[in-house]
Design a protein around this ligand. Structure first.
Ligand SMILES: [Zn+2]
Length: 348
């Protein structure tokens, strides 16, 4: 193929995509955030146009938690889920998305677990009617909260079982301690047939805070089916070999909250691919990071000198790593392959 760089960029934008690492709280449009804050008479800590500009990783996590305070009623969750999917589809041709939400964040301000799920599912179903997309939900635990809170949340997940909530995740800063803290909660998820992922070895934290050894804990103790991030494991040859041999997919994110870490992030993604690790490309918090899937793809391609072949590989690896049931996954794969053939047939 002899497309020019700008033609490749156009094709990449149109490429069908799967988003697997996306936090609901990170998708709020600024206007939606302002509207919801107004609805509850909440004062934002700084003007909306500066809210998504962070001092550091921990400041970012605090803003994320503040955003969570404006989601209280079922309608709020519905609106946010719908808009997240609408934005992902319209900006980037995202055809399947798995969104994480932290039930623990919303319960203190009055949103019960069942209401959270009902709202998110209503938003998903409305978006599925309006756009050619599918969506699933992952209930995530913040590792800075204690294991007892995670157990209580797991009680809710299991007592209000919903077919859209297909898995669980673990997020927040790894300085909170090794993943082993959540082994019992994850065992219950395994027994209930839920899929499992966890944020691990994120590079916004030091090697001491997010060490390569966390990979073993996620695979052996939490029995994760997929992982989020994984960059710091590149500091250990043993961890790299383990990651490669396990075949586990890493849902990496091209853009990070800390601007100073962006080069390092790209470098890690390049080295993970070169080492033969399975990776998918994702946004993490698209609105909060001023990105979308098309922009993230282009950012990574430009940063690593990659082109169409790598973009196509990410598109298809997203399908392989997703948690749709086998039939739906096969249908999605066929649809993606057909769209790719069509894009490749376009004249240079
Ligand atoms: Zn994340």
């Amino acid at each position: 193929m002899t497309w020019t760089a700008s033609q490749v960029a156009q094709q990449v934008a149109q490429l069908p995509k799967v988003e697997l690492h996306c936090h609901v709280t990170g998708t709020l449009r600024p206007a939606t955030l302002a509207a919801l804050a107004g609805k509850y008479g909440l004062q934002l800590p700084r003007p909306v146009d500066q809210l998504y500009t962070y001092r550091d990783f921990y400041d970012f996590l605090e803003v994320l938690r503040l955003v969570a305070l404006v989601l209280r009623e079922q309608d709020d969750f519905e609106r946010v889920a719908y808009e997240a999917i609408e934005d992902a589809y319209k900006t980037s041709n995202v055809r399947h998305i798995e969104m994480s939400f932290n039930p623990q964040y919303f319960i203190p301000s009055g949103a019960g677990y069942a209401a959270q799920v009902a709202g998110l599912v209503a938003g998903i179903e409305a978006a599925e009617r309006d756009f050619p997309v599918s969506a699933l939900l992952l209930a995530s635990f913040d590792r800075e909260w204690d294991a007892a809170s995670a157990e209580e949340t797991m009680d809710l997940i299991l007592s209000h079982r919903h077919e859209r909530v297909v898995g669980i995740g673990l997020d927040g800063p790894e300085r909170a301690g090794p993943p082993a803290k959540f082994e019992a909660v994850y065992r219950r998820a395994t027994q209930a047939g839920l899929k499992k992922t966890a944020h691990v070895c994120e590079d916004n934290q030091t090697l001491a805070e997010a060490p390569p050894s966390h990979l073993d804990a996620c695979l052996d103790l939490l029995r994760c089916d997929r992982l989020d991030h994984g960059y710091n494991l590149m500091a250990s040859d043993a961890a790299i070999a383990r990651a490669r041999d396990s075949g586990v997919y890493f849902a990496v994110c091209g853009i990070t909250s800390v601007a100073a870490n962006r080069e390092r992030r790209l470098d890690a993604i390049g080295r993970m691919a070169a080492a033969g690790l399975n990776t998918t490309l994702n946004t993490d918090d698209p609105a909060m990071f001023h990105t979308d899937m098309a922009h993230t793809y282009q950012h990574v391609l430009d940063g690593l000198g990659w082109g169409w072949q790598e973009a196509r590989q990410f598109s298809l690896s997203g399908v392989e790593a997703c948690w749709l049931d086998p039939q739906a996954k096969a249908d999605l794969r066929r649809d993606f392959q057909a769209q790719i053939v069509e894009l490749e047939a376009q004249p240079a």
